[in-house]
Design a protein around this ligand. Structure first.
Ligand code: KG4
Ligand code: ZN
Length: 353
C-alpha cells in the first residue's frame, strides 16, 4: 500500500513555504523562503509587499518542494494551505494556489488553521500523543492551550495585550537591532548581563494563566531613552535583561497552566512549546527545566520547525485529511480564526486585577 503524502503551503506572514510530508512522519521536502530583504528597509513586515512576494515566489517553491520530495501530483493524497489567521493578502495567495492545484489535479483541499499547524508540529517531530499542554508563542499569539485532539483545544490563558514575539520585535527595533527582531535580540543577549536592568516581569504572581507584554515593552523604551547613545554593551545588557524578564513571566504563567493541566489530566503528560519564539534557546532551556520540576515531559520541535514553515501545514493537513476533515473549494480565507472558539477575546482587556 502506498503511504499518504500531503503538500502543505504557508503564506500567512513573511515566510513563503511549501513542503511534502508523509503519514509516517517523514518530511520529504521543506522549502522556506524568508522575505527578509523585502521587509528589512521598513523595519517590519509590510502586508502588501508580503502578499506580492508570496504571489511571485509560491509557484516556484511548490515546484522545488515537489522535485526535492521526488513526488508527482498523483502521489499526493491532498493539498493543504494556511486558511488563516494571518495577513489576509498572503493567506489569499496560498489558499487560491492550493485550490488551483486541487482543481487541476482532483486532489482534496484542506484549509489549515496556522495555529493548529504550530500546535500539531510536536506530533510530526516527536509523535506526541493527546492530550498535552501547549505554550504557543509567536509573532501574533501567546497562549496556553490544552490540546485534546485535532480541532479540540481549550484555552487556559492568552495575552491581554501584545504577543511575546511582538515584544521581541519591538525591543529589537528600540535597540537598533532591526528586523527580524527575535533572533537579533537572542544573539545580542548572548553577551549581555541579564541582571543589569531590573525590568518588570509581567503578571507574575497573578491568578490565572493570562499574559501581558506591553508594560515590559514600555519599560524597555523608557530604559533606552534614559541612556544617552547606548553602547554595544548597553544594548547587550538590555537585550539580556528583557529576555530574562520574558522568561520569568513565561515560567510563572506556565507553572500555573501545568498545575491546572495536571489537575485535569493527571501527572506526567507532555508540555509542548511551539511558534517562532519557541526557537529561542534561552527560553527553551528555562521551560525545559520548569517541565522537569513539574514532572512533565518537555517537547520542543527543532527551531526551524518552530518558526513558520510548510511542513507544519502539510502535517496538520494530513491529520485533518485522515479524519475526513477536508474543505470545499468555496472556503473563504480568514484573518481571524481562534483555536478555541469558546474562549473570550482578551486582547485589549488590559491588565486584570
Ligand atoms: O511563528 P512565527 O514564525 O510567525 C507567526 O506566526 O507569528 O513567529 C514569528 C515570531 C517573531 O515575532 C519573531 O521575532 C519570533 O517569532 N522569533 C523569536 C526567535 N525566532 C523568531 N523570538 C525570540 N527568539 C528567537 N530566536
Ligand atoms: Zn506562525
Amino acid at each position: 500500500m502506498t503511504r499518504q503524502l500531503v503538500l502543505g503551503i504557508e503564506t500567512s506572514c513573511d515566510e513563503t513555504a511549501a513542503a511534502v510530508v508523509s503519514e509516517d512522519r517523514e518530511i520529504l521536502a521543506n522549502v522556506v523562503f524568508s522575505q527578509i530583504d523585502e521587509h528589512q528597509p521598513f523595519g517590519g513586515v509590510v502586508p502588501e509587499i508580503a502578499a506580492r512576494a508570496h504571489l511571485s515566489l509560491l509557484d516556484g517553491l511548490i515546484e522545488r518542494a515537489m522535485r526535492e520530495a521526488e513526488v508527482d501530483w498523483s502521489d499526493l493524497s491532498a493539498v493543504a494551505a494556511t486558511g488563516g489567521p494571518g495577513l489576509i493578502g498572503g493567506v489569499i495567495v496560498g489558499v487560491m494556489t492550493a485550490k488551483a492545484v486541487a482543481i487541476a489535479t482532483g486532489l482534496p483541499f484542506v484549509a489549515v488553521n496556522h495555529l493548529e499547524g504550530h500546535a500539531l508540529t510536536a506530533r510530526l517531530t516527536d509523535d506526541v500523543g493527546f492530550p498535552y499542554l501547549l505554550l504557543l508563542v509567536s509573532g501574533g499569539h501567546c497562549q496556553l492551550l490544552e490540546v485534546e485532539g485535532v480541532g479540540r483545544y481549550r484555552r487556559l490563558g492568552t495575552t491581554i495585550d501584545d504577543a511575546v514575539g511582538e515584544a521581541f520585535d519591538k525591543t529589537a527595533k528600540l535597540l537598533g537591532l532591526g528586523y527580524p527582531g527575535g533572533p537579533a535580540v537572542e544573539r545580542a543577549a548572548l553577551e549581555g548581563d541579564p541582571a543589569r536592568f531590573k525590568l518588570p516581569r509581567p503578571m507574575v504572581g497573578r491568578p490565572g494563566c493570562d499574559f501581558s507584554f506591553s508594560g515590559l515593552k514600555t519599560a524597555v523604551r523608557q530604559t533606552v531613552s534614559r541612556i544617552d547613545q547606548p553602547s554595544s554593551v548597553d544594548v547587550a545588557d538590555l537585550a539580556a535583561s528583557f529576555q530574562h524578564a520574558v522568561a520569568g513571566s513565561l515560567r510563572d504563567r506556565c507553572r500555573r497552566g501545568m498545575q491546572l493541566f495536571a489537575d485535569a489530566h493527571g501527572a506526567g503528560r507532555p508540555f509542548v512549546v511551539a511558534g517562532g519564539v519557541a526557537a529561542n534557546a534561552v527560553l527553551r532551556a528555562d521551560l525545559s527545566a520548569l517541565s522537569g520540576e513539574m514532572g512533565m515531559a518537555f517537547v520542543a520541535p527543532p527551531p526551524a520547525l518552530c518558526t513558520d514553515n510548510g511542513a507544519m501545514i502539510a502535517w496538520a493537513g494530513l491529520e485533518r485529511f485522515r479524519l475526513g476533515l477536508t474543505d470545499a473549494l468555496d472556503f473563504a480565507p480568514t484573518p481571524r480564526w481562534p483555536l478555541d472558539p469558546n474562549a473570550q477575546i482578551a486582547i485589549g482587556a488590559g491588565v486584570k486585577a
